[in-house]
Every structure is written in C-alpha cells, then in structure tokens.
Write a protein that binds this ligand. Structure first.
Ligand code: PHB
Length: 374
C-alpha cells in the first residue's frame, strides 16, 4: 500500500547529511568544532532546515588521504546521503570533491582550503563555506611587506594546504617588494621542528610565515618561543596558527599577528549572539571552524528554501545556494562564480585568550579561481 505520494514522501523523509570530518589525529578538535557549529544552526531552526528533519551519518576520516575515497564512498554509496559536509584536510577534501563530481553528490566543504576545489576542479554541485588556502595567506604576505620586512622564510607541512598557503604568502609578499628565500617543510602531521628552527636561526630572515593548525600549531608556536626566536624574528601565519589553540599555546602565542576571515571580538550583534549560544551549548568558545560549520548549515538551508524543501530538485537547490548571501558570524558573504566565499580578511593579534581584530587586511577578497570552468 502506498502511504504517501512521491512528492509528499520527499517532503517528509529527513534530509540525509553525511558528515565526513576528522575525529582523531591532529585535526580532531577542528572536526568537532565544525560538527558542533553545523548542529547549532540546525538546533536554532528547531532541528529542521527549511521545514525538513535532518538525519546525520558520520565517518571519521582521520585526516588520511589514503583512506579518503573508501571513506567518502561509505557515505555516498552505503548511506546514500543527500549532501556531504567535509572536511578539514585538503588532501582528503580533494578526494571527496572528485567522488562528489563523479557521483553528482552535493558537497559543502566547511574548512579544507585546497585551491583546486573551487579552481580547476570546480563543479556545480561543489560549494565551500571556508576559504581557499591562497586567501588568508596572500593577505598575510601583503601585510608583512607593508610592515617593512624584506626577506622571509616559510615553514609548513608538505601537503596541498601547506604548500598552497606558502605560495599565497609568496604572492602577497613579493608583490609588496619582499623576497621569500626558502620554503621549509616537514611531512604531515609530524611535529619534530627542531632542525628546521635551527635552520631559521642560522639564516636570520626578517620574518617567518608558518602554516600549521590544530595540535601541530600548538607545538610549533611553543617550540618557536622556546627556541627564543619570537624575540628576534616575527612569526606570521594564517589565523589557523592561533585559532582554537590559544589556550594550549599560552604565553608563547602572545602578540602573534595573523590574517583570517574571522576574529574573536568582531562585536557585531550577529557574532555576539552566535558566540553566546555556542558557548552556552558546548561550554567552550567558538572559533573559525565552528563558524564555517554553522555557515555550511546556513548555506544548505538557502538551497533547500529555494527548492521548497525538496533536496532532489537539484537545479533549484544549487541556484539557491549559489546566489545566497550568507549571514555569517564573520560578516555577510556571497559566493564567487566558483562557489567560494568572497570575504573580508581580518588582521588579528593574540591578546590574552583571544585573537583580537586589528582591522581589515583586505576587503572582499576573492580567490583567483584559476582554471575553473563550470
Ligand atoms: C587544509 O588542509 O586545507 C587545512 C587544514 C587545517 C586548517 C586549514 C586548512 O586549519
């Protein structure tokens, strides 16, 4: 016996959201913040998006690119999710974007910055609520050059995010007249920084730019200070270097200057309300990862609203998402034609236990989206 017509069924079954995030490893905390942010927005809408119940399916991707294709296929093929949300690590996200393209599954990336996801690999069904690795890095390069530094070194993990972040810094810094003399790397997620710090001390650049995040960022910032380098060579980075990590970094992080699309004291009614509810719900302060997860849920809602709640009405969902202005705690943003946020990049400095906003480094910065053809 038929219990409902096809359309009515479509409107009453829950939307299946596949969360593919790290629950273990150096990025575990980042994954948890993204999930909490996503769920907070859904909870604020009474547990529904555009009137539809949400059902979660979860996979721990361990930030391991080697397992990424198998992991994403658990959500696409086994669980048959309507939308994928993930992930943190660029290498894993590149595999997700490929699988999403091949299976035509809707994908929202709530962190990983791999430039190609909204560049050469861009696709109608792939969206991002975070950044490209180039965006905050380029802004940091521009600021470091403006601060009068001439010679810089970069240090990072040797994978897409680290390398693209270093490249973004080079673009901004060299445009402003600086020169990057060397890019130091180590394998992800290693944290044996000593030999590289010794190299920095020997070369004495005017400034260092570092991309690390999560547990690795905590160790790097502490090691940099323990080596005494923070007294002689200013350390810069994209805000991931100090976001969600300040409490663990303590004194070693004080005064560090970074650039990011979020800061802890934006002090707008929108951000204050978000931070208050996040802190009440999860007993911890929100950070950029929580914001990006929250905005992934908002973006999905815009698509669903445009399609009258029918996630299967793909063209309308995509059109709704692509044209939405997301009322983010970071400040309102729109998406570029490649589906990446066009957003202000803030200049921040660590003071006490917050990343204090010092100004806007670059307004409405769009990624160049090299090679994107939809
Ligand atoms: C990335 O792999 O793209 C990545 C990971 C952690 C961050 C930022 C970017 O904080």
């Amino acid at each position: 016996m038929l219990l409902c017509s096809t359309l009515a069924c479509a409107q009453t079954t829950p939307i299946k959201v596949g969360l593919m995030l790290p629950a273990t490893g150096t990025y575990a905390n980042l994954g948890e913040m993204i999930e909490n942010g996503f769920k907070l927005y859904v909870a604020e809408q009474g547990g529904k998006l555009a009137g539809r119940d949400i059902q979660y399916f979860k996979v721990d991707d361990e930030s391991d690119p080697a397992k990424a294709t198998d992991n994403v296929n658990k959500l696409i093929k086994r669980d048959q999710v309507d939308v994928l949300v993930g992930t943190v690590h660029s290498g894993v996200a590149l595999a997700m974007a490929k699988a999403a393209r091949e299976s035509n599954t809707l994908l929202i990336v709530p962190n990983a910055g791999a430039d190609a996801i909204t560049g050469a690999m861009c696709a109608k069904n792939v969206f991002r609520t975070s950044f490209t690795n180039w965006q905050p890095a380029y802004a940091m390069g521009v600021v470091a050059a403006k601060n009068g530094h001439k010679k810089a070194m970069t240090i990072t993990w040797n994978y897409a995010a680290g390398n693209e972040s270093a490249k973004g810094f080079v673009d901004g810094f060299e445009k402003g007249g600086g020169k990057v003399t060397q890019n130091l790397t180590l394998a992800f997620p290693n944290v044996e920084f000593q030999a590289l710090l010794t190299e920095i001390a020997a070369q004495k650049p005017d400034a260092v730019y570092a991309f690390f995040a999560g547990g690795g960022a905590v160790k790097f910032v502490k090691d940099y200070a323990a080596a005494g380098l923070n007294k002689t060579i200013p350390l810069y980075g994209p805000g991931f270097l100090t976001d969600g990590t300040i409490d663990a970094q303590g004194a070693a992080a004080q005064g560090l200057t970074t650039t990011l699309h979020y800061a802890d004291n934006l002090n707008t009614p929108r951000d204050n309300a978000f931070r208050l509810n996040f802190a009440k719900t999860y007993k911890t302060n929100a950070d950029v990862y929580a914001v990006q997860g929250y905005d992934a849920a908002q973006l999905l809602e815009s698509g669903l609203k445009a399609a009258g709640g029918d996630i299967k009405n793909r063209d309308k969902v995509i059109a709704g998402m692509a044209s939405s202005q997301v009322d983010s705690p970071r400040g309102k943003f729109t998406l570029s034609a490649a589906h990446n946020p066009v957003q202000d990049i803030y200049l921040r400095q660590v003071k006490g236990n917050i990343n204090e906003m010092k100004g806007i480094a670059i307004k409405a910065l769009a990624d160049p989206a090299k090679g994107c053809k939809m």
